[in-house]
Design a protein around this ligand. Structure first.
Ligand SMILES: C[S@@+](CC[C@H](N)C(=O)[O-])C[C@H]1O[C@@H](n2cnc3c(N)ncnc32)[C@H](O)[C@@H]1O
Length: 248
């Protein structure tokens, strides 16, 4: 890996090409993303997401950016929490994911309660000190320059606001890791191939998990971006982790 290259799953690609490749993946999976999430995680992603929002400390009246919000799972959980006096912006670089998300949120009865906006996490279209919280679920590992994205999250938070990242992480139990690796490398891409007709996208998703910084590295990156009182919580033996940090 050089300054001019980065990883796209296990492939080394030119840095400026990565976002386009990631966009192709999510444009390709947008229509089947929600069904596939349930199938691949056997529904467990719903529990992780519920726990993420329930322990977020976000409350009534908060203004929240759900970054890399995709098809709106986190926003759907956030809207009842922030209530009618709060506001949620669903931001994502991929218009196709957002289109699915917008329709789902309207179908769930949230018309007029949220805003949908395309944006790159590396250059957020907001002034400084704007949000009470920024959530990012399963999005950060897809971003080319993660440090830049964390700096941007820090910039748009109000003093006292918090950054919350839910992401795949490093499994800390040898036996569980063995099972998890076998399942993700041998079974997940096959489910992707047979159900969604798209083995390559699901192969990327599995590989991108393994290339993502582990818990302590990501906590250090939070601190480098200016976030304070940083901590993380492992879920399911470290399959995923919630990282939290504050702007003071
Ligand atoms: C795995 S999905 C997660 C969607 C949703 N947050 C969830 O938990 O179901 C990852 C999302 O990250 C988005 N994404 C990738 N790179 C991005 C970037 N640079 N800026 C904003 N969103 C990005 C993708 O378009 C995709 O919708």
């Amino acid at each position: 890996m050089t300054d001019k290259t980065t990883h796209f799953g296990y492939q080394e690609v030119a840095t400026e090409k990565k976002q386009g490749l990631v966009n192709d993946v999510f444009s390709s999976v947008a229509g089947s993303y929600d069904v596939m999430n349930d199938l691949m995680s056997m529904g467990v992603h719903r529990l992780w997401k519920r726990h993420f929002v329930a322990t977020s400390g976000i409350h009534t009246g908060n203004t929240v950016l759900d970054l890399a919000g995709g098809t709106g799972d986190i926003t759907k959980l956030l809207l009842p929490v922030v209530g009618k006096t709060g506001h949620v912006v669903v931001g994502d670089i991929n218009a196709e994911m957002l289109e699915v998300g917008q329709q789902r949120l309207i179908d769930a009865g949230f018309f007029g309660r949220f805003e949908v906006q395309t944006m790159n996490a590396e250059k957020l279209p907001f002034e400084d000190n704007h949000f009470d919280a920024v959530t990012m679920a399963f999005g950060l590992r897809n971003v080319t320059n993660k440090d830049k994205a964390l700096e941007e999250i820090h910039r748009v938070l109000k003093p006292g606001g918090k950054a919350l990242v839910l992401e795949f992480s490093s499994v800390n139990n040898t036996l569980l890791k063995k099972f998890y690796d076998t399942y993700s490398f041998n079974i997940l891409p096959k489910i992707g191939e047979f159900v969604a007709g798209d083995k390559d996208s699901y192969q990327y998703l599995v590989e991108s998990i393994r290339k993502h910084p582990d818990q302590t590295t990501l906590q250090h990156m939070f601190e480098q971006a200016g976030l304070e009182m940083c901590s993380f919580q492992n879920l399911s033996g470290g399959m995923v982790a919630i990282h939290k940090g504050y702007k003071l």
